[in-house]
Design a protein around this ligand. Structure first.
Ligand code: ADP
Ligand code: MG
Length: 694
């Protein structure tokens, strides 16, 4: 794009509303739009016409293939491409695409994680078109966003339950709004994810097996200059990085992704990209595309994009702030306090629903961000701790406190007229965002969940958020339906909820040790690692929640937990093996060679009658550390050789309690050796090179 006209390229690779309108008969277009905006079922006859128009458009834009694009439980996306060709009688081909092919596909499901579902059910799964997320063109294929389910209807992906959770929010919020005499056609959940990432020189990365195989450095001494100078955050963007970012933006715009903000982050070589928010389903598809485009475009610039939560020890990790809110089809944001929140009973009730949801289901929310990578980040003085708490901001906290205390509340003719909290500044303009240490902060008209990891699919996170809030809204609707004085009863319920759940509100420094102690006193769960957190996802409370809201069946909850646990175990397993390989094949030989370089020198000096007592000390130190390195390699090898034959959850504990400490001990010795061994001998690029040669 030369002339800077984004509007001219925005969505050019998307089968979006203008394209549909231009290419579909009026009545077909109308019923498709109805399906998209209201979630109504699509007529089969409509699908044929849509498919044909899509195919013509795709072929005109250089496509030969189409693919059902889906999101298996790996957290990544999957695709299988079929060409449009159809043989004819005269042995030529024509290009065809039927409604049936658009609506349903049958990829072989047997190699995707199913957490045991495969054993119980048919191995094959099918993909089903999600018309609410537009089809798009990438690499000469037409991409059709789809759900992925087994033949018996069990979900095998992250999209189907996300759509179900959106339906749950829609239903529950509409019940509550009806009490206030409001009847929007839909209530939707929105998310705007802020994506952090690191860039590293592609050639340097290729020299490190750890980055290549696990996405993070398993070894590496601290660089002379870390992030202490704070000179990178929002700093000038380097030329190569700027060129990369420009291309990323353009690619995303063409795909209809609302890429909006880009800047340098806290750590060297760390950056962020954020889109304008959209519905949780579309945003989740777009975030997957964003992660993919970041990787692809980096490659064009001799770079590699690291999406791992903690690529470098001692340097800030990467998260994905999940800005979440709910709104109606009439454009009303339900978490927007307005000028007088203390009098906005509907807002207070929705706020209470979120507070109750986060407190009641803090453990399940914690699981939604539990991954091996994120374990290194949460609570590591750069990200919120593993304890889930909420921050409301000064103004809103004052309103809630006032209401809780019951002081100064007068209630007259269906509204509160006095709260004692006079002359509040407009909350939306106020920087409610000042507390950066809270995992779940109110930021004006939404909540910012800061615990998610950079590499995670936001699908799983928003399934949980949507479901827990749908649940508390449902409870509120059940309690209030039939009320004869809804304003008063709703306010009473909100105040009761604020009182009962005050323990979840914390406005202080979430990074401090005092908070850990205080949270324990309050009885808040502190699930430090993935193996600690994971079993909570299959608790009876969790099973009941997801079943009641129609998001997961019991079997789906259980299999999903199993898959998440296996993912943790596999990650640790490959890290362990990669570490052993690097230590044995690269680090140990380098240390021995370098020690020999010194001892050879000492021998020749000694032959000449020269004395070098200090150099001898160096040689002794290297020898001792190398001996220690061998011991630590042996310890980790022992841990690897003695993996217990237990279930995934116990195995997770073994990785956490036995393998990880052995990995850390090995790393400590190797990192010390790195600071002593000559650069010429060290087998791979150091932190300084990785972080500064971008
Ligand atoms: P920050 O100060 O955290 O950088 P921004 O204004 O840049 O905040 O917004 C961060 C993200 O929050 C963006 O993706 C933005 O679109 C999103 N966002 C803004 N308002 C809402 C909302 N009501 N619901 C969901 N996401 C929102
Ligand atoms: Mg933010």
């Amino acid at each position: 794009m030369e002339n800077g006209n984004v509007a001219a390229i925005f969505g050019e690779k998307v089968f979006n509303l203008p394209t549909m309108k231009a290419r579909l008969p009026k009545d077909i277009y109308k019923s498709l739009v109805k399906t998209i905006s209201e979630g109504t079922k699509l007529d089969v006859s409509v699908a044929n016409v849509v498919a044909n128009a899509m195919k013509d458009w795709a072929i005109e834009n250089g496509c030969t293939h189409y693919t059902h694009w889906f999101q298996p439980m790996t957290g990544l996306t999957a695709e299988k491409h079929d060409s449009f060709i159809q043989p004819t009688d005269d042995r030529t081909v024509i290009m065809e695409f039927s409604g049936k092919e658009l609506v349903m596909g049958e990829p072989d499901a047997s190699s995707f994680p199913s957490g045991g579902l495969r054993a119980t059910f048919e191995a094959r799964g099918y993909t089903a078109w999600d018309p609410t997320s537009f089809a798009f063109i990438k690499d000469h294929s037409l991409y059709i966003p789809t759900s992925f389910v087994s033949y018996t209807g069990e979900v095998l992906d992250k999209k189907t339950p996300l759509l179900r959770s959106e339906a749950a929010i829609d239903k529950a919020a509409k019940r509550v709004l009806a009490l206030f005499g409001k009847f929007p056609s839909r209530v939707v959940a929105y998310v705007g994810p802020e994506q952090e990432y690191f860039l590293v020189d592609k050639k340097l990365r290729a020299k490190r097996k750890d980055l290549l195989l696990t996405g993070r450095t398993l070894f590496g001494a601290k660089p002379a200059k870390g992030q202490e100078m704070d000179d990178h955050y929002f700093g000038q963007i380097k030329e190569r990085v700027a060129a990369f970012m420009k291309e990323v933006d353009e690619e995303l715009w063409k795909l209809g992704v609302l890429a909006k903000t880009k800047h340098n982050e806290v750590a060297p070589a760390q950056h962020e990209i954020a889109p304008i928010f959209s519905t949780t389903n579309i945003s989740s598809d777009h975030n997957q595309l964003t992660m993919e485009i970041l990787k692809k475009v980096a490659n064009h610039h001799g770079l590699y994009c690291l999406l791992h939560e903690k690529p470098y020890e001692g340097i800030n990790g990467s998260g994905k702030h999940n800005n979440w809110s709910i709104g109606t089809s009439d454009g009303e944001l339900l978490l927007k306090p307005g000028k007088k929140p203390e009098q906005n009973i509907q807002f207070l009730l929705f706020l209470a629903a979120v507070i109750k949801a986060v407190d009641d289901y803090a453990d399940i929310l914690r699981v939604s961000v539990a991954t091996a990578g994120n374990d290194h980040r949460l609570g590591a003085n750069e990200a919120p701790p593993a304890i889930i708490s909420m921050y409301l901001g000064d103004q809103l906290a004052a309103v809630v406190d006032q209401l809780k205390s019951g002081k100064g509340i007068k209630y007259e003719e269906g509204k509160i007229i006095e709260t004692g909290v006079e002359a509040l500044p407009d909350i939306e303009k106020d920087s409610t965002d000042r507390n950066r240490t809270s995992p779940f902060a109110f930021t004006g008209n939404r909540f910012e969940f800061r615990a998610p990891g950079s590499r995670q699919s936001i699908g799983g996170i928003n399934i949980v958020l949507n479901t827990i809030v749908a649940e508390t809204l449902t409870e509120f609707a059940e309690a209030l339906e039939g009320s004869t004085n809804i304003q008063k009863d709703a306010l009473d319920l909100a105040i009761k909820t604020f009182r009962e759940h005050e323990r979840i509100i914390f406005n202080g420094n979430g990074y401090s040790d005092e908070w850990v102690a205080e949270a324990e006193r309050r009885g808040l769960p502190n699930l430090k690692t993935t193996p600690d957190a994971m079993p909570h996802f299959k608790s009876q409370k969790s099973i009941d929640l997801f079943a009641k809201q129609g998001v997961f069946s019991q079997v789906e909850v259980e299999t999903r937990t199993e898959i998440m646990m296996e993912d943790y175990n596999n990650t640790r397993h490959f890290e362990m093996l990669t570490m052993l390989e690097m230590a044995k094949q690269e680090i140990l030989p380098a240390c021995i060679k370098y020690t020999k370089f010194i001892t050879d020198d000492l021998a020749s000096k000694s032959a000449l009658g020269l004395s070098a007592p200090n150099e001898t000390v160096c040689a002794q130190q290297l020898t001792n550390l190398t001996e220690d390195l061998i011991v630590k390699i042996r310890d980790l090898q022992n841990a690897a050789d003695n993996l217990p034959n237990v279930d995934a959850f116990e195995l997770g504990m073994y990785y956490k309690n036995t393998v990880l400490p052995a990995m850390e001990a090995l790393r400590a010795v190797a990192d010390t050796l790195e600071t002593l061994v000559s650069k010429e001998y060290w087998p791979f690029p150091t932190y300084t090179e990785l972080l500064y040669l971008v």
